[in-house]
Design a protein around this ligand. Sequence first.
Ligand SMILES: NC(=O)c1ccc[n+]([C@@H]2O[C@H](COP(=O)([O-])OP(=O)(O)OC[C@H]3O[C@@H](n4cnc5c(N)ncnc54)[C@H](O)[C@@H]3O)[C@@H](O)[C@H]2O)c1
Length: 256
Amino acid sequence: MGALEGKVAIVTGAGRGLGRGISLALAKEGASIGIAEIDAATGQSTAAEIAALGVGSLAVECDVRDRSKVESTVEAVASQFGGVDILVNNATGARQEDAFRSMLEHTPEQFERQLQVDVLGSFHFMRACHPHLRASGAGRVINLSSSAGTERGAGFAAYSAAKEALRALTGVTAREWGRDAITVNSLCPVAVTDAMEEWFRRNPEIAEKQLESVSLGRHGDPERDIGRVVVFLCGPDAGFITGQTLWVDGGSVIHA
Ligand SMILES: NC(=O)c1ccc[n+]([C@@H]2O[C@H](COP(=O)([O-])OP(=O)(O)OC[C@H]3O[C@@H](n4cnc5c(N)ncnc54)[C@H](O)[C@@H]3O)[C@@H](O)[C@H]2O)c1
């Protein structure tokens, strides 16, 4: 029997990359998965992979910025599977073409998109899921932040600002929801997705520098290295961990 048998998780932006890997890891432990993805085709394809594992899956086309769509997505998942125990806010407004763009080169549109998807979208989902997480008796929220934010990475002003705002929101919510037995944590990952591999192929010098910064000397895998840690944070052994930031990055960031 899987560690998350009978649990229901919502993962935003799960059509590809880390969201897909996290969804597969949760599903392999028996959780039913609701996928909230702006790209309907990729959302459906992850849902099909999960259904093939023999667990419940539902893909909903959802822009996390749209509060009423977020609310109807949460209700669709809750009514199909009988509740929501786990929320993973993974969707991001980051685009590859925005990477390594100085603060002065940022556009207001880029800044707004980043804040709206990463911060406001997570805010909408946490609020909409709260009654279900409380009813669960062991609710879990994992918000994807980034070492670009915690380390103030040059070239990532909007991304860093959004991810740090989300980390602050995570801590405040952890304090406020603790008495509801809901844990709320931040995870700062480093893992290579198909999209990043393609980008690395076009920018080999960045790929080399990135790998150099990883103490373990290898790239992370979305499902094995990140998804499995999310499984742990969602399971019974992590019930006393809340308001924390976990860097799952092969030792790229090591704080004193
Ligand atoms: N990959 C890494 O090494 C890394 C490092 C640090 C932080 N992160 C964080 O982890 C998360 C996943 O990263 P990734 O590399 O898989 O990203 P990605 O860009 O490959 O995937 C993001 C997903 O979110 C979806 N999405 C975008 N806007 C949306 C919206 N408005 N509503 C719903 N869905 C939307 C996209 O369609 C896509 O499927 C992100 O929050 C990212 O910032 C990743």
